[in-house]
Design a protein around this ligand. Structure first.
Ligand code: KG4
Ligand code: ZN
Length: 345
């Protein structure tokens, strides 16, 4: 049998510090430290995020190694998120990974965060994996894309948002309602008790497979302001119905484009990825399309939806198999296209 491969993954692109260890595609540890400091500010404060990463990174990595029950000398490579993300946050994970790889004398692997979200589907667990080619709806706080995935590292963006991301739409709607950051999970929670047809919001008319959420945000803000002017308690009295209605609108926008893409490409292998794929109603509706449209639907385990290093480690594992390493000169990229050539430093 060939030698096994053990990869340490490091994720620090936004406000979660995470380290994971994968051995031959199987997760041994996946530790995520969230940064609660941002709740006070209603959004991620980049300067505070990078400071918190600096504090968290060593304990998080130490915990991952301990939980995996391995010695650091058993690591074969370190895979780190190079971008896209907040520069100050990326710098912490990148610098840590370089130093640790240098100290252990093992190779470095640079990872595109958005590829990581998609390849989270290939973590070896007891669930079916999509077969190539498949479509992936990648919905996070910074991105909304429909991606045609032809192979592990052959991905084509078929459509994307021209303004806000779907996660941003959730978070901004929550902020307008006075809910803390990140609002997506709270809208999900309150929507469970609400009527999705209680309020109607205008959906954008955007060409082809692209998305737009900024008009919906403005419409939602005007609606809340107008209703609150008539009844100061409007939001508190109708919280669950408002959450269910705005959530239903966002999901409708996402799924109508996904259905269009599936039809155009004649593909029935459909996956979702990114933080918003943790949304319970989106997961439910996608599952119901299995029968309706004969789709094979792939939904990541909850902990692999939002930012985590397991997805970075599994992507690193597949790059390791291709001998795709980077050198110590690699710098983080705040903007990093899904298909960018990675041999430029
Ligand atoms: O992928 P992610 O963890 O970080 C980025 O790369 O952006 O995504 C974070 C986004 C946030 O906007 C958050 O509100 C949203 O995912 N999110 C959700 C849910 N859980 C996280 N949105 C709706 N429903 C959820 N259950
Ligand atoms: Zn993400």
């Amino acid at each position: 049998m060939s030698k096994s491969i053990t990869i340490l993954g490091i994720e620090s692109s936004c406000d979660d510090t995470s380290a994971a260890i994968i051995k031959d595609g199987k997760i041994l540890a996946n530790i995520v430290a969230n940064q609660s400091i941002h709740k006070l500010y209603g959004g991620v404060v980049p300067e505070l995020a990078s400071r918190a990463h600096q504090q968290n990174i060593i304990p998080v990595v130490a915990m991952a190694i301990k939980q995996a029950g391995i010695d650091k000398k058993e690591l074969d490579a370190i895979a780190f998120t190079r971008g896209p993300g907040l520069m100050g946050s990326l710098l912490v994970g990148t610098s840590f990974s370089k130093a640790f790889a240098l100290g252990l004398n093992i190779p470095l692997i640079e990872i595109n965060h958005m590829q990581g979200h998609i390849l989270a589907h290939f973590i070896e667990e007891d669930q079916p994996k999509p077969t190539f080619p498949f479509l992936c709806l990648t919905v996070s706080g910074g991105h909304t894309q429909i991606v045609l995935v032809n192979d592990f590292f052959e991905m084509q963006i078929l459509g994307e948002t021209i303004d806000d991301a779907a996660g941003e739409a959730f978070d901004k709607a929550a902020k307008i309602m006075g809910l803390p950051y990140p609002g997506g999970p709270l809208i999900d929670k309150y929507a469970k008790e609400g009527d999705p047809k209680a309020f109607k919001f205008t959906k954008p008319q955007i060409a082809e497979l692209n998305f737009s959420f900024s008009g919906l945000k403005t419409g939602f803000m005007n609606f809340i302001n107008n209703e609150s002017a008539k009844n100061i308690n409007f939001v508190t009295e109708n919280r669950n119905d408002i959450c269910a209605s705005i959530q239903a609108t966002i999901i409708d926008i996402l799924l109508s484009k996904l259905k269009m893409a599936a039809k155009q490409c004649n593909i029935t292998q459909i996956a979702i990825a990114g933080g918003v794929s943790a949304n319970s109603e989106l997961r439910k509706q996608l599952n119901s399309l299995k029968e309706e449209l004969d789709w094979h639907v792939f939904i990541p385990k909850f902990e692999y939806c939002t930012d985590n290093a397991a997805m970075i480690a599994i992507t690193g594992y597949h790059k390791f198999l291709k001998n795709d390493f980077c050198n110590q000169a690699a710098v983080p990229l705040a903007r990093y296209e899904l298909n960018a050539k990675t041999n430029e430093f």
